[in-house]
Design a protein around this ligand. Structure first.
Ligand code: 4AD
Ligand code: MG
Length: 430
C-alpha cells in the first residue's frame, strides 16, 4: 500500500493508502471509532467501523493514547462534512510506539506550563498553523528579493562591533578577544551593496533586550535589503511592495492556517498600495491628540506605537525621526539637519513596528563626526569608513523583523509563539 502525506490526500480519492503519523485525538460511539491522525503535513479523520476491520484492530482503540505513533491504512473518501474535506475508512492500524501520559492534554494550559514543553507544544494545531505561516513568509521574502534583482549575501553572526548600540550586545569570547553576536547584518550589507548593487541578507539577529514585552525576542530573524543609489523614498516603496507581496502569498497559500488561527482575513485582504505616510512630527501630534502625553524629540514607546498603529487599517510609514533618537549611520535630512532620513513601518491593528530603515550617511567626515559623538571605537569601524573613501554613493536599506511580521499577519498576541524555539528574557530552555 502506498505511503502518502495528508497534504496530498486529495490526489488519492478512492485509493487505499497508508498514513504514517501520530494520534492527535479520538472519540468513539461504541460501534464506530473516530481517530484524528496527524502526520506533520496535515490532519485527517480516520473512521474505524466494527465490521470493516479485525477484532484486534477494532480493540486497539483503547491502547491508542494521545501522541502514540501509528501507521494507518485505509481507503480515501471525499466527505464535505469531514474536517479538511477527506476521510479515511480504516482497514488496518499498527501501533508503533505508545505514548504514555502525554502532558499537553486537550484542556487549556497556561503559557507557563507550555513554554518549557515547547518541543511538544509544536505538535498542537495552532502551532502547526503558525509554523507553516512562518515558512510561507520566509519563502515569500526570499522569492520577492530574488525576483527583484537582489543578490543574497550572507552576513556574519560573530562580529567585532555593534550596529544598533552597545546596550543590547551579547558578548562572547573570540580567542581571548571580545566578540558579539550580530544585532543586524546592515553594516556588512552596505559593503555588499557597493560590491553588488542590490543585496539582502536573511538570518538571525541577537539582542539582549532587558525588558519583557510582547514584541521582543533575544534571538529574532531579519531580512535586510540594502540598495546602492537608493533614497529614502525608494526604500519606502520597496518596503510597501514587499509587505503587499508577503500578505498576498500567505492569503494564497496559507488560508486554511489563518482560519485555524481565527484570523480576520478581511483585514489582510485590505493590505494594498498605497500605505499612508506620515512624518514623525505628525505622528507625535496624533499620539498627543489620542490622549498620551509625549514631547517632540522623544522616541515612541510600545504604547505610543500601538495607539498610532490603531489609527490605520494599513501599515503606516512614519518617516523623519529626530536624529538623536536614531542610529549613528542614518543620514540627516538636508532640509532640517535635526531629522534623520529614516522610516519605521508600523503594522495596523496596534501591532507596531515591523520594519526599520534609512538612508545612510555617505559622507566620510560627517559619519566620523557622528561616531565620535557616540564615543564609538573608531578603529573597529575602519573598514566601514573605507566604504566612504572609495567611491561613496547614496544608499539606503531596511530591516524587516520576521517574527513581528508573522505576529501581525497571523494575529498573534505574543511574539514568542511565532518562532519555533523562542529565546526569552533569562529563559533558554528547551
Ligand atoms: O529597527 P531595527 O533595530 O533596525 C536595524 O537593525 C537596522 N540595522 C536594519 C537595517 O536597516 N538593515 O530592527 C529592524 C527590525 C525591527 O523593525 C523589528 O521588526 C525587528 O527588526 N526587531 C525585533 N524583532 C523581535 N525582537 C527584537 N528584539 C527585535 N528588535 C528588532
Ligand atoms: Mg527600529
Amino acid at each position: 500500500m502506498k505511503w502518502v502525506y495528508i497534504e496530498e490526500i486529495a490526489k488519492h480519492v478512492g485509493e487505499d493508502v497508508e498514513i504514517r503519523g501520530w494520534l492527535f485525538n479520538k472519540r468513539s460511539s461504541g460501534k464506530i471509532h473516530f481517530l484524528i491522525v496527524r502526520d506533520g503535513t496535515g490532519f485527517i479523520q480516520a473512521v474505524v467501523l466494527k465490521n470493516e476491520v479485525s477484532d484486534e484492530v477494532f480493540d486497539l482503540y483503547d491502547e491508542l493514547s494521545q501522541e502514540s505513533s501509528i501507521i494507518v491504512r485505509g481507503n480515501v473518501r471525499e466527505d464535505k462534512r469531514a474536517p479538511g474535506g477527506f476521510e479515511l475508512t480504516v482497514k488496518d492500524i499498527k501501533l508503533i510506539h505508545k505514548a504514555i501520559d502525554y502532558p499537553i492534554t486537550k484542556k487549556e494550559h497556561g503559557v507557563g506550563f507550555l513554554l518549557p514543553r515547547r518541543h511538544l507544544w509544536l505538535r498542537s494545531r495552532k502551532q502547526w498553523a503558525l509554523m507553516r505561516i512562518r515558512a510561507e513568509v520566509e519563502r515569500a521574502i526570499i522569492d520577492f528579493f530574488d525576483s527583484h534583482g537582489f543578490l543574497r549575501v550572507d552576513a556574519p553572526i560573530l562580529t567585532p562591533s555593534a550596529c544598533e548600540g552597545t546596550t543590547t550586545l551579547f558578548e562572547t569570547d573570540y580567542f581571548g578577544e571580545p566578540a558579539y553576536l550580530s544585532q543586524s547584518g546592515q553594516l556588512y550589507m552596505e559593503a555588499a551593496a557597493m560590491a553588488f548593487g542590490k543585496v539582502y541578507c536573511f538570518g538571525p539577529s541577537f539582542r539582549a533586550e532587558k525588558s519583557k514585552t510582547r514584541r521582543h525576542l533575544m534571538e529574532f530573524w531579519q531580512a535586510e535589503p540594502e540598495v546602492a543609489w537608493a533614497t529614502l523614498d525608494d526604500i519606502m516603496e520597496l518596503a510597501e511592495d514587499l509587505l503587499v507581496y508577503i500578505v498576498e502569498r500567505v492569503l494564497e497559500n496559507r488560508r486554511n492556517e489563518l482560519e485555524i488561527l481565527e484570523r480576520d482575513i478581511s483585514k489582510l485582504e485590505n493590505i494594498k498600495k498605497p500605505f499612508p505616510r506620515i512624518t514623525y512630527t505628525e505622528a507625535v501630534e496624533r499620539v498627543n491628540k489620542a490622549g498620551l502625553k509625549m514631547e517632540w524629540g522623544e522616541d515612541f514607546g510600545g504604547d505610543e506605537e500601538t495607539v498610532l498603529a490603531q489609527q490605520f487599517d494599513k501599515p503606516v510609514m512614519v518617516h523623519r525621526y529626530p536624529a538623536k533618537v536614531k542610529a549613528f549611520y542614518m543620514k540627516r535630512d538636508p532640509e532640517n539637519p535635526e531629522l534623520a532620513l529614516c522610516v519605521d513601518v508600523l503594522a495596523p491593528e496596534g501591532y507596531g513596528e515591523i520594519i526599520g530603515g534609512s538612508e545612510r550617511e555617505d559622507d566620510y567626515d560627517r559619519l566620523l563626526e557622528r561616531m565620535k559623538e557616540e564615543n564609538m571605537p573608531i578603529e573597529d569601524y575602519e573598514w566601514y569608513l573605507d566604504l566612504r573613501k572609495y567611491g561613496s554613493v547614496p544608499h539606503s536599506g531596511f530591516g524587516i523583523g520576521l517574527e513581528r511580521t508573522i505576529r501581525w499577519i497571523a494575529g498573534i498576541h505574543h511574539i514568542r509563539e511565532t518562532i519555533p524555539f523562542p529565546r526569552l528574557l533569562e529563559k533558554i530552555y528547551p
